[in-house]
Ligand binder design. Structure first.
Ligand code: 2IT
Length: 445
């Protein structure tokens, strides 16, 4: 296979889909060697079939706001690959949502879901709807309109959406209500559900907790732990919240969170009620962190800046794609960072990843580090299928085991001759092999 030729071809077919092409390039560069060692993959046209989604559903989402004005957004579901199980992946509601972003997220999801070892295919969806400043009533009407179209394309054994940026427990509730009504069934068609109507304990915490369990394994390769480490976190949503909770529990001091308006630096540590306050910030639907500095004395608000100029041992991007660039990476390295783990999907630009690799920093990509979220969605599906609920301890223990397994898969496939673990390569190869072999087994579709 000539990676360059396939990429050049894709660029011609999908001009301007920057994020999608970035995600595909990273995977293809990682797997080139194993692909060439297995002629059966080329014979079955695996790459050509893997880089195009099985189908893309696009639809209009009309809704009436509180002033009686009719608004129209675009809704999407990208069903990428179902070789391993039903399509599975989140829904993102954010004004930046477009096809390139959802195709990159759906593509990443295939390999992430494969790494979890659970029977999950890859998908992603969402809308360019902006939840910022919307009333509860507006959110409900938008979700209802969105599901009026989406419901005919999904199902508990077909495609199981969940949350992502802008879609949390409240939105999943409104979406589920419409699905249940139209399909006349109460099934696990969505994950991230409320606890007393089919949700799983630990799902809200899972992405953050799983990311910290993964980083704990990375530290263990250096016989190190979170104890006494200074940690910077970007974002202030569900993922940042879970990561802050678990990192603090393991003895680290979390010194930053951030929003689109800037970042908070709290040298005393974001812990206890300060972590709870992240939920209030989120619930206010203003998408800002500045009020934190007004509420908690001794903390600082740095307007319009990202948290990567703060001197830390560990940096955890928890906000969105490409939020940490080459210059940020250089600054972190200069300041002595030892570990960077993406909890956001593709949080670092390729230039940033190159800086970490060159400097032999412990670095791991989102599709491995943040897989605990979708893994626990998989556990929610198992519980729904059994019509039974596990305890928090049981779910947490399984999550812990899954993250340790993913770490081991990365080490097995990504350790170089000098002993440095290339987690990007390891995650891509381990994730790819399972999907590619399943596609070979299932014939050409
Ligand atoms: O990026 C992700 O893995 C998610 N937003 C969670 C997907 C899921 O189906 O739980």
């Amino acid at each position: 296979m000539k990676v360059k030729t396939i990429l050049a071809d894709l660029e011609k077919k999908h001009p301007g889909e920057v994020e999608y092409l970035q995600a595909v390039r990273e995977v293809l560069e990682s797997i080139e060697e194993v692909y060439n060692e297995n002629p059966k993959f080329e014979k079955a046209g695996i790459i050509e079939r893997l880089v195009e989604p099985d189908r893309i559903i696009t639809f209009k989402v009309p809704w009436v706001d509180d002033n009686g004005k009719v608004n129209v957004n675009i809704g999407y579901r990208v069903q990428f690959n179902n070789a391993l199980g039903p399509y599975k992946g989140g829904l993102r509601f954010h004004p930046t949502v477009n096809l390139s972003i959802l195709k990159f997220l759906g593509f990443e999801q295939i390999f992430k879901n494969s790494l979890t070892t659970l029977p999950l295919g890859g998908a992603k969806g969402g809308s360019d709807f902006d939840p910022k400043g919307k009333s509860d009533n507006e959110i409900m009407h938008f979700c209802q309109s969105f599901m009026l179209e989406l419901w005919r394309h999904i199902g508990p054994d077909t495609d199981v959406p969940a949350g992502d940026i802008g879609v949390g427990g409240r939105e999943i509730g409104y979406l589920f209500g419409v699905y249940k009504f139209l399909a006349n069934e109460h099934t696990g068609v969505l994950t991230g559900k409320g606890l007393n109507w089919g949700g799983s304990l630990i799902r809200p915490e899972a992405t953050g907790f799983g990311g910290i369990y993964f980083a704990k394994e990375m530290l263990a390769t250096k016989k190190d732990t979170f104890k006494g480490k200074r940690v910077s976190i970007s974002g202030f949503g569900n993922v940042a919240w879970g990561a802050a909770l678990k990192a603090t529990e393991l003895g680290a001091t979390v010194v930053t969170i951030s929003g689109p308006d800037g970042y908070i630096y709290d040298p005393k540590g974001i812990k206890g009620e300060k972590i709870d306050y992240m939920l209030d910030l989120r619930a206010s639907c203003q998408d800002i962190v500045e009020p934190y500095a007004e509420k908690f004395k001794g903390s600082e608000f740095h307007k319009g800046k990202k948290p990567w100029d703060v001197k830390v041992d560990i940096a955890l991007p928890c906000a969105t794609q490409n939020e940490l660039n080459g210059d940020d990476a250089k600054l972190l390295v200069q300041n002595g960072v030892m570990l960077v783990a993406e909890l956001s999907n593709m949080g670092c630009t390729p230039e940033a990843v190159e800086v970490f690799h060159k400097n032999k920093i412990l670095f791991a990509p989102g599709k491995a580090v943040n897989a605990g979220g979708v893994a626990t969605s998989g556990l929610e599906m198992s519980q729904n299928a059994m019509k039974y609920n596990w305890s928090a301890e049981e779910v947490d223990q399984r999550l812990h085991g899954i993250m340790a397994n993913i770490h081991k898969a990365c080490v097995d496939h990504g350790t170089g001759k000098d002993g440095y673990i290339d987690y990007v390569k390891g995650a891509n190869i381990a994730g790819f092999l399972k999907v590619a072999n399943a596609m070979v087994d299932q014939g050409i579709f």
